[in-house]
Design a protein around this ligand. Structure first.
Ligand code: SAM
Length: 510
């Protein structure tokens, strides 16, 4: 019940801080609307102001909360109150809020922090109803996402249905929701301006491990703007960055992006994602002594050694542990390859896999449906190249690593990593130097949102224009850098000629 309504009542101390933040520039709102007002903590906070609003309206679905909010409203004769009980999705806000007072309108509050698919899995009917799907269709059509936050839907509904009131909106929400609304507003050319994102400590206030903020914006004014200053806290006076839309995409730091935007394009190199098998307990192994591997059940794995490859995971790449002792079973050389032949070609592997088939049957993803047994994904010729440049998708700080064979075997990456396969150690080192260059890391920083679960994505990497990077960094500097990186792995004399020919190959090939 509580979960399906995203019920985190805002603590009064946080309400007070938010109201202090909003009234810092002396602005007064005669009218306030709280779209999902809960027990009325924002209403109490507003009434405690030196100059409370003249009129407050609220909507709340839960009966107990609605009653609690009504009691607060009853005891304050100087402010007019209208609290409605109902689901916000069922109301056309342009019609259902009847104001008796004129003046500036503030929309404040804290809509539920749940997604439609979380609600779907709870069997909840607390979802926008079919006849009211204007915004929902818009979200899906414009973002291609069928999963979205309820608060994202509510924010868009407020902008679309109340723009004629020229309100200021100040809602607590996930930072990702604020960004999605900004992008949606740009795509749909909604009239928003003056947006800001003020980070709050969601762990402290709501025991929630998510990046959250007070998202403020003005609606309905001329000269729309799709940028938002990002402040580290409610009390900060200076923004730490400005996010916004450039070249039709949302960037995390407009200033940094403008300085490195020449790298924005389309990579002629192909970034690949590592192996996906969704059966780590039996497919991922640890080498416990020379050639002896154990699975996660601590069973010794007796299979043909040709099918076990060294494995690196994102944490190995991030920390630079590129000589890991992990192994992974590779059942196919290409996606969809028939696996039944393993029964003859690798009988011990076949026996191992079939005796653990329950682990494979548990795989939920539809990609495995109708595929040969023990199928894997993210596999192709590129997986078997001896040299690679790879990066973790999960870490906030981008670090590109050269991956070289272990005991003459190509190293596999797991599906939390991305890589480019290279035909020589020289090209791998040169590519790593290029991608680890200051300008490239600066560009990545400008387009990366650090609170994302996977800050580095294939789409992001594929947008780095490799030719521009190659043109930007002087050849001598690159070779000097490559030489010193190479010395770390294999002390040798100067390899000027090798570098030059690898560079030539890189420039021609790509
Ligand atoms: C995160 S709580 C915030 C409550 C209050 N605004 C506050 O800040 O203290 C979200 C509130 O939205 C209410 N709610 C959830 N779904 C709703 C809906 N469809 N229509 C109206 N209220 C809803 C919940 O009952 C809950 O009280």
């Amino acid at each position: 019940m509580k979960a399906e309504f995203g019920d985190f009542q805002t603590p009064p101390a946080l309400v007070a801080e938010i109201l202090r933040c909003l009234s810092r520039n002396g602005k007064y709102w005669e009218r306030v609307f709280e779209p999902t007002c809960g027990r009325g903590n924002f209403i109490s906070g507003l009434l405690a102001l030196d100059k409370p609003p003249k009129e407050i309206q609220g909507i709340e679905f839960d009966t107990e909360h609605f009653q609690a909010a009504k009691i607060i409203a009853k005891n304050t004769p100087s402010t007019r109150f209208v609290i409605q009980q109902g689901k916000i999705f069922d109301l056309d806000l342009s019609q259902s809020l009847k104001w008796s007072t004129e003046g500036n309108l503030l929309i404040i509050g804290n809509p539920p922090w749940v997604t439609n698919s979380q609600l779907g899995s709870l069997g909840s009917n607390n979802l926008p109803i079919k006849t009211n799907l204007k915004g929902l269709k818009g979200i899906e059509a414009l973002t291609g996402r069928s999963n979205f936050d309820i608060s994202e839907y509510i924010l868009i509904k407020l902008i679309q249905e109340l723009f004629f009131e020229k309100p200021t909106i100040a809602l607590l929400c996930k930072t990702a929701v604020a960004r999605n609304v900004l992008k949606f507003a740009f795509d749909a050319q909604l009239q928003i301006s003056n947006a800001s994102i003020r980070l709050i400590d969601a762990k402290k206030w709501f025991k929630a491990s998510v990046s959250a903020c007070l998202f403020c914006l003005d609606v309905g004014w001329d000269k729309p703007s799709y940028e938002a200053d990002v402040y580290p806290s409610l009390s900060a006076s200076e923004p730490e960055s400005t996010i916004g839309i450039i070249d039709h995409k949302l960037v995390a730091d407009i200033k940094a992006y403008q300085k490195s935007a020449f790298l924005n394009g389309s990579s002629s190199l192909t970034w690949r994602q590592g192996l996906k098998h969704d059966a780590a307990s039996v497919m991922e192994l640890i080498c416990i002594s020379d050639g002896v591997f154990q699975n996660k059940f601590q069973e010794i794995v007796d299979v043909e050694s040709d099918y076990i490859y060294p494995l690196l995971k994102s944490t190995d790449l991030f920390h630079g542990n590129i000589n890991s002792t992990r192994g992974v079973i590779v059942t196919q050389k290409n996606i969809g390859e028939c696996t039944y032949k393993l029964e003859k070609t690798a009988p011990r592997l076949w026996q191992y896999l079939t005796s653990h088939s329950a682990q494979f049957d548990k795989r939920k993803s539809s990609i495995y449906k109708g595929k040969p047994p023990f199928s894997i994904f993210g596999i192709g010729d590129y997986s078997f190249s001896l040299y690679k440049v790879a990066i973790s998708g999960l870490h906030k700080q981008p670090r590109f690593r050269v991956v070289h064979p272990i005991k003459n075997r190509p190293v596999m990456l797991d599906d939390t990593c991305y890589f480019i396969s290279c035909n020589s150690i020289e090209s791998a080192i040169l590519l790593a130097c290029l991608f680890n260059s200051d300008i490239c890391l600066y560009f990545i920083k400008s387009i990366t949102f650090l609170d994302a679960k996977r800050p580095i994505t294939k789409k992001l990497l594929q947008s780095i224009c490799f030719e521009e990077l190659l043109n930007h960094i002087p050849q001598e500097q690159l070779i000097k850098q490559a030489n010193s990186e190479y010395q770390l792995t294999k002390p040798c004399s100067d390899k000027q000629l090798e570098w030059l020919s690898a560079l030539e190959l890189l420039s021609n090939k790509y």
